[in-house]
Design a protein around this ligand. Structure first.
Ligand code: IVH
Length: 670
């Protein structure tokens, strides 16, 4: 394919992908299957790989994140991002409406737009001539952090506005809330727990922590979404009302909340509040209230603002999911990574329709900071579907009989020593064969994104560990259908299926295997980063902590953790036994290792930095082929110094011609 042709096709693919993104993310009504979408994406990736000059930062392929930053830059908002006045009860909402009527000297009903208030991170996106150029956080309202690279990785944020009914304006500043759904938040925490990373306390913190990553490739792995709810400066298009904004943005591919509603008067807005409140339980994302805004922009302008909050808007907050109860006991629970988590057992209390009798106290530092003691009367909060937590102690209720708590120095499950490493908040059980850890390790090892052993669920893990059939992950592969069929409530057929699933899991790619081992700090992303520099398992036995730390994206904690893991005799023995049982790292996928597969090269003229044979070897190592004559099947003609007749022929045929520099870039040599 000639460059021009490739360019046209790439542009077409981008338009199509953008359109399908819009169908999927904005309309929630895809026209094509995931497989068809993937095929388009792969075709575009292929073209951009073949013709690197076609890559642009706004291509839909570029949602993987960019090189890490040292720090965020600052962005000054053209129009300040205001905050909202809160109302906790209906009276304050009615008062808000009356105040507006007084201010406008009118008795007529005011029309409002009411929207869910999401608890996430406020951002501003700037589109210039339809292209996303800047993304920033709200910051102090006047200026925020430049998180452009990060927002680019969020799939519901279009990199390029689509043109449907109406051409997007020359400049469009949109504002919205970046958030994480509750289900995704729980999944993320599960993965973090599996590798011993501290958990996010709630979806809001998870969204904020994910967006404010200096390494945007981390953000790219986090399931963030956006709902747009407003505009800043707009050039080349006038809007008359909030409702018009909410109706128009989606046409350009910007997602707005479908639950938003126009209200004829304040009573309708109050009714809306009740309706949304009733919808919260089990809703995919958390809402902490509704925002009520005067619909007309002319009215908004007349109303203006007081002390950084507009007079025309109000946040009508939902009641906090809090209650008061007393702590009966504090227990240390051993997690799957050996971490001991203090858990408060409490007098049962109902919060938001659910009975709560346990709350996490996170760690010893938290207990000390909040001075939580057994016998205390405390305020407990249930944030969405998250584990309840103790907000504070009601000191006035202290009798003096309360008892403070300290972590045990031996593990309540296996009796091994409990240690707290310097600089860490977490106490850990050091017992290598602690059953609490073992079950967690197995669960993680077998999980979908690790070894993906279908059918090896929690109950079964409990059983095989209790029966002593499995003492470490390597033992899993010694399980026979007979062993399994001997367990309670296990049919022969299911037992056979599990053995099959074990068999099927034996050839993981290296990154998955590393992730499955459950080393602390080694999540999926870090595993991939490691494999890029250390593509074979053997290298992990030889590499030093310093060498690991020299890998871009690897910090001292990861380096220590990985080095420590492979240096441990017991761990090495487990890996050896896994290998003996037939676990073998799959050859890297064709895509990674053979990027030039199916591509034919033709060399003409003299190369300066290498011999023709060296160049030929390089191509072949990467899966490509070398031809000796110009023909239509040739993907690249590498023209060195003084190219000969083949060069003329290649030009005649319109083949893609590159120089030595470009060739080196293509094969990744400097
Ligand atoms: S409007 C002047 N609409 O709440 C109006 N804000 O204190 C400015 N928020 O940080 C905001 N959902 O991020 C608006 N539908 C919504 C919202 C919303 C969440 C957040 C916003 C801001 C805070 C306001």
């Amino acid at each position: 394919m000639a460059l021009r042709e490739a360019e046209e096709r790439a542009a077409e693919l981008r338009r199509e992908l953008e359109y399908h993104n819009y169908r999927y993310y904005v309309l929630d009504d895809p026209e094509i299957s995931d497989a068809e979408y993937d095929a388009l994406m792969r075709e575009l990736e292929g073209l951009e790989e073949e013709y690197p000059e076609l890559k642009t930062p706004i291509s839909p392929t570029q949602r993987v994140g960019a090189a890490p930053l040292e720090e965020f830059g600052q962005v000054t908002h053209t129009v300040p991002m205001l905050s909202l006045t809160n109302a906790m009860e209906e009276g304050a909402v009615i008062e808000f409406d009356q105040r507006i009527k007084r201010f406008l000297k009118t008795n007529e009903e005011i029309e409002y737009v009411a929207e869910p208030k999401l608890d996430g991170v406020a951002v501003e996106l700037i589109y210039e001539r339809g292209e996303l150029t800047v993304g920033s956080t709200r910051g102090d309202g006047v200026s925020g952090e430049d998180v452009t690279q990060n927002v680019r990785t969020i799939k519901t944020i279009p990199l390029h506005l689509i043109e449907r009914e109406e051409v997007p304006p020359d400049r469009l500043e949109v504002r919205g809330e970046v958030y994480m759904e509750v289900g995704e938040f729980k999944e993320l925490n599960k993965r973090r727990e599996a590798i011993g990373e501290p958990l996010f306390a709630n979806p809001r913190n998870a969204a904020a922590g994910s967006l404010r990553q200096l390494d945007s490739s981390v953000t790219a792995q986090r399931p963030l979404k956006i709902f747009c709810y407003g505009i800043g400066e707009v050039k080349g298009r006038a809007f008359e009302s909030q409702w018009e904004v909410l109706q128009t943005l989606p046409q350009w591919g910007l997602r707005t909340n479908p639950l938003a509603r126009q209200c004829k008067n304040i009573q309708e807005a109050v009714a809306y509040y009740r309706e949304i409140n009733g919808l919260r339980e089990g809703h995919p994302y958390e809402m902490d209230g509704v925002v009520i805004k005067v619909d007309g922009f002319a009215l908004q302008r007349r109303l203006g603002e007081v002390s950084r909050s507009p007079r025309w808007a109000l946040a009508y907050k939902f009641p906090a999911k809090e209650a008061t109860t007393t702590i009966i006991a504090i227990r240390a629970q051993v997690g799957r990574t050996g971490a001991l988590t203090p858990v408060a057992e409490m007098e049962p209390v109902r919060i938001g329709g659910v009975e709560v009798k346990r709350a996490t106290l996170h760690n010893q530092d938290e207990i000390d900071k909040k001075d939580i003691r057994v016998g205390d009367t405390v305020v407990v909060r249930r944030a969405g579907d998250v584990i309840p937590e103790v907000v504070k102690v009601i000191l006035s209720k202290r009798t003096g009989a309360e008892q403070s708590f300290t972590m045990p120095d031996t593990c309540p499950v296996c009796g091994s020593d409990v240690v707290r490493l310097p600089g860490e908040a977490i106490h850990r059980c050091v017992g290598i064969s602690c059953p609490a850890q073992l079950k967690g390790r197995i669960r993680h090892f077998a999980s979908k994104r690790a070894m993906d052993i279908d059918g090896l669920g929690l109950k079964l893990i409990d059983q095989v560990v209790a029966k002593g059939l499995v003492k470490d992950i390597a033992d899993l592969y010694d399980l026979t259908a007979d062993d399994l069929a001997s367990l309670e409530r296990m049919a022969k057929k299911s037992a056979e299926n599990i053995v099959k699933a074990l068999e099927k899991s034996k050839h993981p790619p290296l990154a998955r295997f590393l992730y499955a081992l459950g080393m602390r700090h080694v999540g999926e992303h870090i595993a991939q980063v490691l494999v890029r520099s250390l593509p074979s398992l053997d290298q992990f036995y030889q590499v030093s902590a310093e060498e690991l730390e020299a890998i871009p994206g690897i910090g001292p904690e990861v380096a220590q953790s990985v080095h420590g893991f492979f240096n441990d005799k017991g761990n090495r023995e487990v890996i050896r036994r896994l290998q003996k049982a037939g676990v073998e790292i799959a050859a890297p996928s064709a895509k990674r290792e053979a990027p030039l597969k199916g591509k034919t090269f033709l060399f003409t003229g003299a190369l300066e930095g290498m011999t023709r044979d060296e160049a030929k070897d390089l191509v072949e190592e990467l899966g490509g082929e070398v031809s000796s004559s110009a023909g239509r099947g040739v993907a690249y003609v590498v023209a060195g110094k003084d190219p000969g007749s083949k060069y003329a022929k290649a030009r005649e045929l319109g083949l893609f011609i590159i120089d030595e520099e470009e060739f080196k870039r293509l094969v990744g040599v400097k």
